[in-house]
Design a protein around this ligand. Structure first.
Ligand code: GLV
Ligand code: MN
Ligand code: MN
Length: 430
């Protein structure tokens, strides 16, 4: 049936960002998530797609095949960040960038990171379908190694892009099995080749907006569709190493042992107590413990464990780092122990202009929305230092993330993408 005259007039009067937002296709976006979820899919319905693995390469190839089908160009940079570009009318203008990451936790979900990449790609497709020509180019990006579960630190690709981490130091990082990142990157790019743009990290940007699932329960609890993200809390990561003496488990009296695991338990317990705050704001996690030599009948001679600590205030993080250092010094005996700070990322405050664009887009499109800070870290925390930046959150089921059962609804994912598209078009046409 031909559209009524009234509809035609309304369509004719629609602005570019309205037409592009309406061109977002919920079914296509959902199907792309399901296709990506097969790459590294786990029996419990999640994904294990660790950075620079064969599964990561497969995801890169799939994204590049979709880009080729739409005539978008692709390229990588020196740390393997993967970009998909849709030209603007001013080819020399700095691009507007949107994206997130395709690597996952070892027992990760289908949406953490991947949503931001696919929402950005859907934005490019919606622009194409709506025939909207933006002034500036719009690019989708998949940042390398955001999770940091295989190679530390996380958010590595965006940190190198922003000049916050040195490229050479990151290329030399080893994973838990001793594989050097430089080699894993070369293997990944050989398996998923893309033209290289530039020999140094980073290029000029005019704006950045990242979509992500919330990874917490606030939106769902408030029955709200869109989180207008105002900033990201600060974080610090540490490695603690305890040295004792290996000894025979059957013959060595307890009093004569230097059991590194016993010292680790004392240190970890004291740290848990010292990092409890009245309003439950400080986040403290020991996420990985290695006990060596890892034999049931040898007293452990060496233990290492990671610490992830987060808070919106840098001063609070500083004060608690002092406490952690004092605990390591006082609780290790008769073993010896060290604590090394691996990363420190200051709290991020997003650009008021981008926050306003996201909020206006949600309101204009009739989506319930609320301002909120992010508890999780995101690549946007590095890119915010380069250009006006912001984020869009959508709810995830019961707030569960970093878990194979992580879930989100097709309509919420599409709603966040529609808000994203509007913000991107308005930035690209400024
Ligand atoms: C990202 O996964 C984070 O650790 O916040
Ligand atoms: Mn993520
Ligand atoms: Mn994550």
């Amino acid at each position: 049936m031909p559209p009524s005259r009234g509809t035609c007039e309304r369509v004719g009067m629609m602005s570019d960002f309205e037409r592009a937002a309406q061109a977002v296709r919920e079914d296509r976006l959902w199907q792309r998530h399901m296709d990506m979820a097969k790459l590294g899919g786990t029996p419990r319905g999640g994904v294990n797609r660790q950075a620079l693995s064969a599964e990561d390469a497969a995801a890169r190839n799939l994204l590049m095949s979709w880009a080729a089908a739409r005539g978008f160009s692709v390229f990588t940079d020196v740390i393997g960040n993967l970009f998909v570009r849709r030209e603007g009318s001013d080819a020399g203008a700095k691009p507007i960038l949107s994206g997130s990451h395709m690597d996952s936790q070892p027992t990760g979900g289908r949406f953490d990171g991947m949503y931001g990449v696919l929402a950005a790609f859907e934005a490019l497709e919606a622009l194409e379908d709506a025939g909207v020509r933006t002034k500036r180019p719009v690019e989708a990006v998949a940042w390398t190694n955001e999770e940091g579960s295989r190679f530390q630190p996380g958010a590595m690709g965006s940190a190198v892009f922003a000049g916050h981490n040195a490229l050479d130091a990151m290329l030399a990082v080893k994973d838990w099995k001793g594989v050097v990142l430089r080699d894993a990157l070369a293997e990944t790019l050989a398996a998923a080749p893309a033209p290289r743009r530039g020999d140094t990290p980073g290029f000029a940007l005019d704006g950045y907006v990242e979509a992500h699932i919330e990874q917490g329960p606030r939106l769902e609890d408030a029955r709200t569709t869109i989180g207008v993200v105002t900033g990201i809390q600060g974080s610090r990561r540490f490695m603690v190493e305890i040295l004792g003496d290996e000894a025979h488990a059957g013959t060595t009296p307890r009093a004569a042992r230097k059991d590194a695991f016993v010292a680790a338990v004392a240190i970890a317990g004291a740290m848990q107590d010292a990092t409890r705050d009245a309003d439950d704001t400080l986040r403290f996690t020991i996420g990985r413990v290695d006990v060596l030599p890892g034999s049931p009948n040898t007293v452990p001679g060496r233990v290492s464990f990671t610490i992830d600590m987060r808070h919106p205030s840098m001063e609070v993080l500083e004060a608690h780092e002092t406490k952690l250092r004092a605990i390591v010094a006082s609780k290790a005996a008769p073993c010896t122990a060290t604590i090394e700070r691996l990363t420190s990322v200051a709290p991020t405050v997003f650009d008021p202009g981008v926050i306003g664009l996201v909020r206006d887009a949600a309101q204009r499109q009739g989506f319930s929305n609320m301002d909120m800070p992010s508890g999780a870290g995101h690549d946007a925390m590095h890119i915010a230092a380069l250009c006006p930046a912001g984020m869009v959150f959508v709810p995830c089921e019961r707030g569960v993330s970093h878990n194979e059962i992580e879930n989100a609804t097709p309509s919420d994912l599409a709603a966040g993408t529609r808000v994203l598209v509007e913000a991107l078009v308005r930035l690209a046409n400024r």
